[in-house]
Every structure is written in structure tokens, then in C-alpha cells.
Design a protein around this ligand. Structure first.
Ligand code: TYC
Length: 101
């Protein structure tokens, strides 16, 4: 009996190690970034097709935010930095955030 519990704990611990947490990258609305630039970001950084990129951009514009992708921590962080760099370089306040899935 206690061996069963030991085995289960060992199994759950192993599962935890083998399944890294995933993070949602969410793009936020603002009043200044132009729509075409958001579509460009969604295609370049999040690898969306044009039609899907337009749909996501419209959702953000109407609802305030939308999911752009789900990634391991390091990739999610890198995408957020890329969004910030490209946006600032072009003079836009566009921002992305991440949330644990
Ligand atoms: N709200 C912006 C506008 O009216 C467009 C926009 C969409 C900005 C999505 C950011 O993530 C965003 N120009």
C-alpha cells in the first residue's frame, strides 16, 4: 500500500518535470497603434496568415485583448520583447503580456 503511494508520488513528480508550464501571449489594445502594424506583428512574430491576423487584430480592438499563441516561458518572453522592440522602433505603444496557461 505505502509502496503504491510512493510509486504514485514518484510518477507525479516525474510528470511535473516532463511537462513544462506553458504561457499564453496576449496582445493588448491601445488608442495609437495603427491596425496595419498590429496585423504585421501578428504575421511576423506570431506566424499568422493575413486573414487570421486581421480577425485577431479586430478582436483586440473590440474586446481589449486577444490570445496570439501559447509557448514555453522563454519563447513567450522573447515574443513579448520582439513586440516591444518593433513597436517602439515604429513609435507605437503596443504591448504584449503573458499568463500561465
Ligand atoms: N485600437 C487601435 C486603433 O484604433 C488598433 C489596435 C488594435 C491597437 C489592436 C492595438 O493590439 C492592438 N488604431
Amino acid at each position: 500500500m505505502s509502496r503504491d503511494i510512493d510509486l504514485r508520488e514518484e510518477y507525479e513528480t516525474k510528470l511535473d518535470i516532463d511537462t513544462p508550464k506553458m504561457y499564453k501571449v496576449i496582445l493588448l489594445n491601445d488608442d495609437y497603434t495603427i491596425m496595419d502594424f498590429v496585423v504585421e506583428i501578428l504575421m511576423k512574430i506570431f506566424h499568422k496568415q493575413y486573414e487570421e491576423a486581421v480577425d485577431i487584430m479586430i478582436t483586440i480592438h473590440k474586446v481589449g485583448k486577444a490570445l496570439c499563441g501559447v509557448y514555453p516561458y522563454d519563447i513567450a518572453e522573447a515574443k513579448i520583447i520582439q513586440v516591444k522592440k518593433l513597436a517602439r522602433k515604429n513609435g507605437f505603444p503596443l504591448r504584449a503580456i503573458m499568463e500561465e496557461e
